[in-house]
Design a protein around this ligand. Structure first.
Ligand code: NZQ
Ligand code: ZN
Length: 381
């Protein structure tokens, strides 16, 4: 186990009445003006919006609405939110949605109190924000675990770059599985595949082989697969949704990363694929991950064998990868680039650009060169 310092200040409210309890307990600590931030309108259809407005008004808050945060949120949308937050002197941001809404708000929060451009600050000066407008996250679609940390994933359209920006972590998160019941089956499974990927990419980072974090990661992977199958069998299974919600949070609250390095090469490739195609994150991972793992199976054979045994009850590393590939099909997730919804045709030229621009990870079982990343992408066609 590597040396580590672990601190986890965020409060999580889970289950029925979680929002009511969180708002009653937490919001008194902050000023009057609350930005209610959300996506394309699902919360209006489900009644979650009305519930938030009532709870905030009953708490004596003035609401500033910020809507239209898109999947794969853009830097331009962040700046729009920043302008509004500054103009209205927002005291608190309540992000209500999936990973895209939460990520956008994390960066709005930090940028709103900064004079310099946050992208330049992080990417050019290597400095990271230390303050922000306080925020809370109410999760309506689980999978990313975005509510559990300060890292956001933002698409800078002018730079053709989708990647991390560090913002502000929420002071509290609300996880009510009932809110996720209206999420479409494909999005539930895409989100859950993202969780599986987070645990697997963490597990596959280079580290010693005797690490309690690895055992926890394997348990999260197994539980995620079990509960995805429960959802496949019964889309109304709220217990399964709850388990997936907590799996998602566990994969990104730092616990699996304690004492070890992480891989996340599949994520780096997928994020750049997202920059060029705007594809769904979990679905992009479902296409890339099995192919990537076949490339590195000999570089982490022992780990892949453990994965095979614990997660899919099969014996060998290769059987584990076959099981992963079959599981993607069983879920009805895309297995090829051509099955991804994309804003452009995914040509070899696009794949070249993705391979040329994605981050290359050094803490994975074997560092890839750009030609091999291109080959992986080609094999996904
Ligand atoms: O916008 P609305 O209308 O709310 O619709 C959303 C959206 O279309 C819908 N949805 C959300 N809650 C719903 C619902 N539909 C019906 N009922 C509900 N209760 O779901 C769609 C997808 O939402 P989105 O937030 O985009 O999905 P997800 O949670 O998968 O987030 C994806 C984003 O998170 C980033 C991804 O790259 C992507 O940009 N990630 C963030 C991470 C982080 N911060 O730690 C880690 C991940 O690896 C990931 O990169
Ligand atoms: Zn992810």
């Amino acid at each position: 186990m590597n040396n580590f310092t672990y601190s986890y200040p965020m409060k999580v409210y889970f289950g029925e009445d979680a929002t009511k309890n969180a708002i009653a307990t937490e919001l008194g600590n902050f000023g009057k003006t609350v930005m209610l931030a959300y996506g394309g309108g699902s919360i209006k259809k489900t009644g979650v919006y009305d519930e938030m407005v009532t709870l905030l008004e009953n708490a004596g808050k003035e609401i500033v609405e910020f809507s239209g945060i898109m999947p794969n949120p853009t830097y331009a949308k962040v700046q729009e939110g920043v302008e509004l937050a500054r103009a209205k002197h927002v005291d608190f941001i309540l992000a209500v949605g999936g990973g895209s809404v939460v990520d956008c708000c994390k960066v709005i929060s930090a940028q709103a109190v900064l004079e310099e451009d946050i992208w330049d600050m992080e990417y050019k000066s290597g400095k990271f924000p230390t303050a922000g407008i306080p925020m809370g996250a109410v999760v309506t679609a689980s999978g990313t675990g975005a509510e559990m940390n300060a890292g956001a994933v933002i698409t800078c359209e002018d730079k053709m770059w989708k990647g991390p920006l560090f913002g502000t972590a929420a002071t509290f998160a609300v996880l009510n599985p009932a809110y996720t019941m209206s999420v479409s089956k494909i999005q539930v499974l895409s989100g859950a595949f993202d969780t599986l990927s987070h645990a697997m990419e963490t597990y596959l980072g280079t580290s010693d082989q005797d690490n309690v974090s690895d055992d926890v990661a394997l348990s999260i992977m197994r539980n995620t697969v079990v509960n995805m199958r429960r959802v496949l069998a019964d889309i109304e299974d709220v217990q399964a949704r709850g388990n997936l919600m907590w799996d998602s949070a566990m994969a990104e609250n730092g616990i699996l990363k304690v004492g070890r390095l992480t891989d996340f090469q599949a994520h780096q490739i997928e994020h750049q694929l997202g920059a060029y195609t705007d594809c769904n994150h979990g679905q992009g991972l479902a296409v890339i991950q099995p192919v990537y793992y076949r490339h590195i199976v000999n570089d982490a054979r022992e780990k892949f064998t453990r994965f095979a045994k614990v997660v899919f009850d099969v014996e060998t590393a290769e059987q584990g990868l076959d099981a992963l590939e079959n599981f993607v099909k069983e879920c009805g997730l895309p297995t090829k680039m051509s099955e991804l919804q994309s804003k452009v045709e995914i040509t070899e030229e696009v794949l070249h650009q993705v391979a040329e621009t994605c981050n290359v990870i050094k803490s994975n079982p074997r560092e890839l060169d750009r030609e091999e990343i291109y080959q992986i992408l080609r094999e996904c066609m």
